[in-house]
Design a protein around this ligand. Structure first.
Ligand code: C5P
Length: 220
């Protein structure tokens, strides 16, 4: 049997590429309607059993750093209109917070994160796949400012992490997922044409909701 289902939009791209700006622009248009944002970052594996020093050794840009099993199970619940307790992640402590946030099911689910297009099972849940493509110099500048202002980092630690981990992992795992994208958005957050096109597409789907189906195998 086929059932109507919520729309899932995956938004991938390197750290500092502007994924959050694209996400926010789409969210703003549909927030009165029915939209929810799920950040893959909030599904980093729980590391509360590790000492702080040990957590610093984790490679946060590798696919294995994420608890995609939990993420997929939450998406599947939202797909069948059940609510979930979304984890909250603490970048200063490098682990999941003890708190979570209740997420109600919505018609549009935006899943954003550096590696959301890397996992085949995640990709298979998506109706629309976007890749935000921004030059490396802009990405590192944004990251330096953000990590110092919002994530409690020093300039030395950001540069060291970028050169040793973020940059090589980007080239190895993130950049190749461009091939899975339906749309590649250059200069993400500032690309109004691309965002308008996406908004129009989403509106069309919402108005003709029967366009979306899923097999109930997805529940198994
Ligand atoms: O928001 P953004 O897409 O930049 O978040 C992903 C980045 O967060 C990754 O590139 C990873 O290096 C960084 N990160 C971190 N420390 C953590 C978890 C993630 O620096 N504890």
């Amino acid at each position: 049997m086929k059932l109507s289902k919520p729309l899932i939009i995956g938004i991938a791209g390197g750290s500092g590429s502007g994924k959050t700006s694209v996400t926010n622009s789409i969210y703003e248009v549909f927030k009165e309607h029915s939209v929810v944002v799920i950040e893959q970052d909030f599904y980093y594996k729980d590391q509360s059993h590790l000492d702080f020093e040990e957590r610093l050794l984790t490679n946060y840009d590798h696919p294995l750093a994420f608890d995609n099993k939990l993420l997929i199970s939450h998406l599947r619940k939202l797909l069948v209109r059940q609510s979930v307790e979304k984890p909250i992640y603490d970048y200063t402590l490098h682990t999941r917070s003890e708190k979570s946030v209740l997420i109600e099911p919505k018609d549009v689910i935006i899943l954003e994160g550096i590696l959301v297009l890397e996992d085949e099972a995640l990709r298979n849940l998506m109706d629309i796949k976007l890749f935000v493509d921004t030059d490396a110099d802009l990405r590192i500048i944004r990251r330096i400012l953000r990590d110092i202002n919002e994530r409690g980092r020093s300039i030395e630690s950001v540069v060291e992490q970028y050169l040793s981990v973020v940059r090589p992992m980007h080239n190895q795992f993130i950049e190749p997922t461009k091939r899975y994208a339906d749309i590649i958005i250059p200069e993400g957050g500032h690309n109004e044409v691309a965002i308008d096109l996406m908004v129009t597409k989403i509106k069309t789907i919402l108005e003709n909701g029967t366009e979306l189906y899923y097999d109930d195998d997805i529940n198994q």
